[in-house]
Design a protein. Structure first.
Length: 379
């Protein structure tokens, strides 16, 4: 099995410190250290491409730049890298979204992946004019994906659903290839939608035992639909030549967390309706102590950042070992990030990926031209 690795485009800003926010909370001041210009994001994208990442995730929400527009511009500065564009179905019609995806595929050479985000924060959704409650948003997502999938198949679609209605909808040109759909959600209705409609189910970085439970749950739901899904995990990384150096970097980031900012972010995240966010908060409880919740799995990021709040911390060998631990559960795709994103991409790409390649667990997407560097350290 060859594992797939994606990086992250920080369209909320980047820094040598953690840029907090997300899930209904604003980006923290550190996001202004390196503004998310097309030039800087393109630097990150080119580095990720050269190092062997398959794609790059862009977030969605009021805290960041628009993912569709940003990735369309950054794509012109890259050749192979795919873009995992996060978007919310309630903000655009399914026919238009299907058309946008089709156009993106043609103009980028087939480099679009879609991360469907239903939206777990009603107060943020209402700011965009969406007043459905959480369960209804998931039901609408199911209808949305049904319409989009049929349009991508070249069908003419007539659907009068509970939340969406289209008549005589069709695309002049279907996407080739059809974009793969990524999706995450921990509530019961989220699992139902994933089982019916998506290609890759994403989970945030919980301890392996809890991830295994999620995989078994989704696999069972998908099997009842006659479907098989792939599984991915969203994590931050702090990987260095030695374990001591990696944990020193984690300690440096933690020392930069202003107590008032932590309290403000935690109060904002506490009102989240997202089951996944609730699970993230439970990993640290707002406390700076006991943040290593599994060997090399650190929950410190979640003190100031919504969404993905855990990081793999350790030597390159230790981080590779944790990746293998998740892979043994059935995780095939890893969506990673680190602060700052440009430098941390190199730490991971030059330190961890060669170790996985040496064990036959990863190959550079560019083939021999992207031959990874030799393993330089034994740590």
């Amino acid at each position: 099995m060859s594992l797939t690795f994606h990086w992250f485009l920080p369209t909320n800003g980047d820094s040598r410190h953690v840029v907090g926010g997300g899930h209904g909370t604003p980006a923290t001041a550190s996001g202004r250290d390196r503004p998310p210009t097309v030039g800087y994001l393109s630097q990150i994208a080119r580095a990720a491409e050269d190092l062997g990442f398959e794609g790059a995730l862009t977030p969605t929400g009021a805290w960041c730049e628009d993912a569709w527009l940003t990735t369309a511009m950054v794509s012109r500065h890259t050749e192979r890298l795919k873009f995992l564009v996060a978007f919310r179905p309630g903000f655009v019609s399914p026919t238009l979204a299907a058309q946008m995806a089709s156009t993106f595929q043609r103009q980028s050479g087939g480099r679009l992946l879609l991360n469907v985000v239903t939206g777990g924060e009603s107060h943020e959704q209402r700011a965009y004019g969406d007043f459905l409650d959480k369960d209804d948003r998931y039901r609408r997502t199911g209808e949305f994906l049904q319409i989009v999938r049929e349009l991508w198949e070249g069908k003419t679609v007539d659907l009068k659903g509970e939340h969406l209605r289209v008549e005589d909808a069709r695309l002049a040109r279907v996407p080739d290839p059809v974009p793969e759909v990524y999706f995450g959600g921990s509530s019961p209705i989220a699992g139902e939608i994933a089982a019916r409609h998506v290609d890759v189910y994403l989970t945030w970085g919980e301890p392996p035992a809890r991830v295994a439970e999620k995989i078994a749950w989704i696999r069972g739901l998908a099997a009842r639909q006659g479907r098989t899904l792939r599984f991915g995990i969203r994590l931050h990384v702090i990987t260095r030549d030695t374990s001591e150096a990696a944990w020193a970097e984690a300690d440096r980031l933690l020392a930069g967390f202003d107590p008032a900012t932590v309290a403000s972010v935690q109060a904002g995240l506490a009102r989240s309706e997202s089951e996944g966010q609730r699970r993230m908060l439970a990993l640290h409880g707002g406390d700076r102590d006991g943040l290593e919740i599994h060997p090399n799995l650190w929950a410190g990021i979640g003190l100031v950042r919504g969404g993905a709040g855990t990081a793999l911390v350790g030597s390159h060998t230790e981080v590779a070992d944790r990746i293998k631990e998740y892979a043994a559960l059935g995780i095939e795709e890893f969506v990673l990030s680190g602060y700052p994103h440009l430098e941390e991409a190199y730490w991971f790409g030059e330190g961890v990926l060669p170790r996985l390649a040496a064990e036959g667990l990863w190959t550079h997407p560019a083939g021999e031209k992207g031959e990874p560097v030799q393993v330089p350290f034994a740590g």
